[in-house]
Design a protein around this ligand. Structure first.
Ligand SMILES: C[S@@+](CC[C@H](N)C(=O)[O-])C[C@H]1O[C@@H](n2cnc3c(N)ncnc32)[C@H](O)[C@@H]1O
Length: 299
């Protein structure tokens, strides 16, 4: 039924109306799932304000063509609900009871497009940080129920003690961290995650290789395991070209597994628009619960 409504809406209605409908559908789907899984630990949280267009543009746009769509407030919320619901489903799939999560940290939270939706978990501590001071300031001024901090381009995260978070996320962030500092960040993330805790982060996979790299660049990536576009490269993502970041970082799956796998146990590598890694900090007392791969994201 939803598919039919979507198809009708796409062809017969103005774009803005379609965005509104799609946001409502994803919002309902998100809240229905969380209400069911959190039960009495669910709370209805205000989604908060849409950030200014300049800030969204620095975090979300692959190219000029999709800029308008990404900067629309309803699309901003639709993608947030979709992505956070996917994270909740991944956690559930790997046997993480959502009701036992007490603290969540997001590295590179940007405008809290994702973090804000975790407020549906009653009493959870939510912490976000970003290297972009303007975004942190906007979050601090406009969003409640979360802590926001500015961090430097290299660790440490001065606000975080050892083993202090149950869950950590970094969506579309290691995709912009230069290779020279990647391992420093992995070590820092390992330091602040509690043993047995889960870290979900994304990396650029086949979708972005096909969209952004030339055949020669793809060859170089395959040969050396990594390839970096800088903000001066015309094929870099729009957000990177306008200064949202200085780098778009590509790594092969094998390289990701080697590097990330030397800091965390790799629970899953899920292909999609961005590939998602499910990482666990080693805990000697932990019993394995589910080895079944989570379904790939279709694109
Ligand atoms: C593509 S945006 C994603 C923002 C947010 N995670 C989301 O999904 O909406 C990348 C974000 O990572 C931030 N970032 C890049 N390198 C960082 C670093 N070393 N530490 C913290 N934030 C970083 C950027 O400032 C930007 O806000």
């Amino acid at each position: 039924m939803l598919k039919i409504i979507r198809k009708f809406a796409k062809t017969a209605l103005p774009k803005k109306q379609v965005y509104k409908i799609k946001r409502r559908i994803e919002e309902k789907r998100f809240h229905d799932y969380l209400q069911q899984h959190l039960d009495l630990n669910y709370r209805q949280a205000d989604p908060g304000l849409v950030p200014p267009r300049e800030l969204i543009a620095q975090t979300a746009a692959l190219n000029e063509e999709e800029l308008e769509r990404q900067c629309n407030g309803d699309v901003y919320f639709e993608t947030g609900y979709l992505e956070v619901l996917r994270i909740f489903k991944i956690l559930n799939h790997f046997g993480i009871n959502l009701r036992t999560i007490g603290s969540i940290y997001e590295l590179g939270c940007g405008t809290a497009r994702l973090l804000r939706h975790f407020r549906v978990i009653e009493g959870v501590r939510l912490v976000g940080s970003d290297v972009n001071g303007e975004m942190v300031e906007w979050c601090q001024k406009n969003l409640t129920g979360m802590e926001f901090y500015h961090n430097n381009l290299t660790p440490p995260l001065t606000f975080a003690e050892d083993n202090c978070f149950d869950l950590m996320i970094a969506s579309s962030v290691f995709t912009h961290i230069p290779l020279e500092t990647q391992e420093l960040w992995l070590a820092e993330m390992q330091r602040i995650l509690q043993p047995g805790g889960i870290f979900i982060c994304s990396v650029l996979g086949q979708f972005h290789v096909s969209a952004l790299l030339s055949p020669e660049e793809t060859k170089s990536l395959q040969t050396s395991g990594s390839y970096t576009l800088t903000s001066n490269d015309s094929q870099a993502t729009y957000s990177t070209r306008i200064g949202g970041s200085a780098w778009d970082v590509f790594q092969t799956r094998a390289e990701i597994i080697k590097v990330f796998g030397s800091y965390f146990q790799i629970v899953d590598y899920i292909p999609g628009v961005q590939d998602f890694l499910v990482l666990r900090k080693n805990d000697p007392s932990f019993l394995e619960v589910n080895n079944t791969p989570f379904p790939s994201q279709k694109y």
